[in-house]
Design a protein around this ligand. Structure first.
Ligand code: SF4
Length: 50
């Protein structure tokens, strides 16, 4: 289990999110203002692990 800080870039709020990752899969996201941030985090994590 690993925690990463990721800033959502989908809208101007630029929410600072803390993303819990286990075996390259997103387990939990906190700090996101909406679900778009959750999806942004999943995409960012999968791109990082390529
Ligand atoms: S999580 Fe939602 S509110 Fe926050 S920056 Fe991303 S799109 Fe905007």
């Amino acid at each position: 289990m690993e925690k990463k800080k990721i800033n959502c870039e989908v809208c101007r709020n630029n929410c600072e999110m803390e993303v819990e990752v286990d075996d390259k899969e997103v387990i939990d996201v906190t700090g996101n203002g909406c679900m778009k941030g959750y999806i942004f985090a999943q995409t960012a994590v999968s791109e990082m692990s390529e």
